[in-house]
Ligand binder design. Structure first.
Ligand code: ADP
Ligand code: MG
Length: 258
């Protein structure tokens, strides 16, 4: 049975998609079977996995509206070594259409069930909002991975997300928990980032992942080549950090399973 994780943070541009595709590629590299679900109408995880969002015949939109199953709607990231349920602008419409429908929070959870045995990990790339799409992600998952930059307002934004996760845990999905906070785009030369990082550890203890993702231009360049940075330049500091993070995730999952 796959372990299912949302990569979520309601702020845009904090590194959710970069984390999703590179963790997926890193997990694939260490032998894990991975499905990425792109839940953002921008389709960045889709494009960054080398799948053209404009060419999708079926996407996560069809899955949420139950006109297709994941098995038939998924694509393959050949470079990344994982499967991906792609998204494009059509998904923005699903948000509106779902409001009218029954079981609107549970559509993705229901869709993942029949394919859960085919994977070790399912990673869900959430949009930058606490919307119905994100709610579908949170209702499907065992845990949430929160990428964050160590900036002054980082902790403030976190409380909304933590509250939402608590509410989903209480009302909709008892399995859900915060797996960890991942420090991304980290620059140790900046004193403020060190300070915020220390605050995070003081507040959240072992909920802060040991792995730290540095700011690294190779990670930012990779999507324009339709590849995760882990594959585009495996020797780069950013890629190495994500491979390390993939190992940490495997260890955490195994520790829980015992
Ligand atoms: P989100 O999905 O949260 O909106 P992205 O993953 O798309 O965020 O990242 C926002 C921007 O920052 C992108 O241009 C991405 O390439 C860049 N970026 C993300 N992580 C890093 C990093 N560790 N080093 C350098 N650039 C990064
Ligand atoms: Mg994104």
């Amino acid at each position: 049975m796959a372990r299912i994780f949302c990569i979520a943070n309601q702020k845009g541009g904090v590194g959710k998609t970069t984390t999703t595709v590179n963790l997926a590629a890193g997990l694939a590299l260490v032998g894990q079977r991975v499905l990425v679900v792109d839940l953002d109408p921008q389709g960045n995880a889709t494009m960054g996995s080398g799948v053209d969002k404009r060419q999708l015949t079926l996407s996560v939109y069809d899955v949420l509206l139950e006109s297709a199953g994941i098995e038939e709607a998924k694509s393959r990231s050949e470079k990344g070594g994982y499967d991906i349920l792609g998204a494009n602008r059509e998904l923005a419409g699903a948000e509106v259409e779902l409001v009218e429908l029954e079981r609107r929070n549970e559509r993705l959870r229901t869709a993942i069930k029949p394919v859960a045995d085919l994977y070790d990990f399912v990673l869900i790339d959430c949009p930058p909002s606490l919307s119905l799409l994100t709610l579908n992600g949170l209702c499907s998952a065992h845990g949430v991975i929160v990428p964050m930059q160590c900036e002054y307002f980082a902790l403030e934004g976190l409380s909304d997300l933590v509250n939402t996760i608590k509410q989903v845990h209480a009302n909709l999905n008892k399995d859900l928990q915060i797996i960890g906070l991942l420090r991304v785009m980290f620059d140790p030369r900046i004193t403020l980032q060190q300070q915020v990082s220390d605050q995070l550890k003081a507040h959240f203890g072992d909920k802060v992942f040991n792995s730290v993702i540095p700011r690294n231009v190779r990670l930012a360049e990779a999507p324009s080549y339709g590849q995760p940075g882990v594959v585009f330049d495996p020797q780069s500091k950013g890629a190495q950090a994500f491979i390390e993070f993939a190992r940490e995730m495997v260890e955490r999952v195994q520790a829980v399973a015992v």
